[in-house]
Design a protein around this ligand. Structure first.
Ligand code: ADP
Length: 482
């Protein structure tokens, strides 16, 4: 199939969260299955600068902007990337979404609106690229208007569309003035279309107009049809339930492989787990924690926002410091949470370590060196870090939501007996429920044989992209049939 994958993030060129990983891994997995995939991405400054090989494949004016389409290829996969180069909108320093002050770029609607319009033009070969995709896969609100623009063409003259929700909390909301400035057809200003309580909603473009909606785990697909997780969009999602499915993300098994990972102090495998402890000792040493093999080291690598439930951990620091439990956190995000974590590390210097920032290598070292990996999220569409942790024999301790619930099996007498246990799961988003789960993990950790069995079950699980790519391909093929 010819597939156009539109995204606002793509690892390793530009990454804010899990969307970047998916935008690389899924297209590469599809390419490996001999599908013709092109990934469409805005040409942010930080993407353009390091690129050596780029070719201009189209040049045109749109909405008063001059735009070029550039082609490049990702190494080592040779995946073809098409970059939407509109310097006025994308060639600026910093994050794709926010300025240096942490506020949304004021012209985000123009930026991603233009990106969506270009995606629709590419998808109908209006730019003369001599390439007509059978399907366009859109991701998150930044691509939400693509199905809207495509729907303005006769059904026979447009490809089918899939819209994937990676996180329903981000919706791309703008004022009515912006709706007018984008010159969207006035009939779209309706709660049946793009209006969301008096605002323009980009994500509704995808949710209302895409031929199929997917999200990144079966559990999250159910959750978003409820008021608790639906952000007021649950009614729409219920109405479109027959077009809504959950497909679990996978992980890059080469990038995340404890046997070959070059970021680690010591490589190890399920058959040779002894190397794992050396990674733990290195972390304890590097971060000034007590050098103690018997202390259960909990790792966290996360964006630091309320979603991720880091506050629940913070409220437990005094309590867990009374036990042989240590905590190491790598993350960046909300400055208040960052500040509280730094204070906690200062108050408990030999049991709590915090590094604020984004650090790919340290992320790998924490996933490898920790005994337990905590993800106490309030909601979690899929989550990738529990999948990395499972592969590294670092048992995930997670809340019973979204993709976490679909991938982590709580260690109980029954699940231990039938060898399905691979971590720890708690229900309520409360400090007490988290604390209980941590103590439960600590009691299992104290039993060396049990712990090794749990690690072995975790490490033998397969969450590679092959399975997910097959599911997506089946979906694409079903949709594109006449
Ligand atoms: P989300 O997309 O909500 O941030 P995911 O678990 O799906 O959560 O994906 C997060 C990705 O970002 C993972 O690959 C994780 O390792 C990475 N990550 C998050 N914070 C950091 C950080 N501070 N340093 C390095 N990697 C990080």
């Amino acid at each position: 199939m010819k597939l156009l994958f539109a995204t606002s993030e793509l690892y390793p060129l530009i990454k804010i969260g899990g969307l970047a990983d998916v935008s690389n891994n899924l297209p590469v997995a599809l390419k490996n299955r001999r599908q013709a995939v092109r990934v469409l991405l805005p040409a942010y400054q930080s993407v353009l600068v390091p690129l050596k090989e780029v070719k201009v494949i189209a040049k045109f004016d749109l909405n008063g902007y001059s735009v070029r389409l550039l082609e490049t290829h990702l190494a080592p996969s040779r995946l073809t990337i098409w970059l939407v180069d509109c310097p006025e909108l994308f060639n600026r320093p910093g994050s794709p979404y926010i300025n240096a002050q942490g506020q949304d770029w004021p012209d985000n609607a123009q930026r991603f609106g233009l990106f969506c319009e270009v995606a629709a033009k590419v998808a109908t070969d209006e730019l003369g690229l001599n390439w007509l995709p059978e399907l366009v896969h859109c991701n998150d609100w930044q691509t939400g208007l693509t199905p809207v623009y495509l729907n303005q063409r006769p059904a026979s003259e447009r490809p089918k569309t899939v819209f994937t929700i990676h996180n329903l909390a981000f919706q791309g909301l703008f004022s009515y003035d912006v709706f007018q400035a984008l010159q969207l057809p006035s009939e779209l200003w309706s709660s049946e279309a793009l209006e969301y309580y008096g605002q323009l909603s980009f994500i509704k473009g995808g949710l209302v107009f895409a031929d199929q909606i997917t999200t990144v785990s079966p559990r999250y697909a159910e959750e978003i049809t409820t008021a608790e997780f639906g952000y007021g969009l649950e009614g729409l999602l219920q109405a479109r339930n027959d077009k809504l499915t959950g497909i679990l993300n996978g992980i890059d098994n080469q990038q995340w492989n404890p046997q070959t990972d070059t970021n680690l102090v010591h490589n190890y495998s399920v058959d040779l787990l002894s190397g794992k402890i050396k990674n733990k000792r290195a972390l304890q040493r590097d971060f000034g924690l007590l050098l103690n093999d018997k202390a259960m080291l909990i790792g966290v690598v996360s964006r630091l926002y309320k979603q991720k439930g880091i506050d629940l951990l913070l409220q437990n620091i005094a309590a867990i410091s009374k036990h042989a439990i240590q905590l190491i956190i790598l993350g960046t995000g909300d400055s208040k949470i960052e500040g509280e974590l730094i204070e906690a590390a200062a108050a408990y210097p030999v049991t709590v370590a915090v590094q604020v920032g984004y650090d790919e290598q340290l992320a790998h070292q924490i996933v490898a060196g920790a005994d337990v990996f905590a993800i106490p999220s309030r909601y979690e569409p899929c989550g990738l870090t529990q999948l990395y942790s499972l592969r590294y024999g670092t048992l995930p301790l997670v809340r019973n939501v979204g993709g976490l619930a679909d991938t982590v099996v709580n260690s109980t007498t029954e699940t231990i007996a039938n060898n399905t246990a691979n971590g720890f799961v708690f229900d309520e988003a409360s400090p007490d429920a988290l604390y209980e789960s941590i103590l439960h993990a600590a009691s299992c950790f104290a039993d060396k044989n049990l712990w090794q069995n749990l690690q072995s079950s975790a490490m033998k699980q397969d969450f590679s992209w092959g399975r997910s790519a097959r599911n997506y391909l089946r979906l694409y093929q079903g949709l594109s049939k006449p």
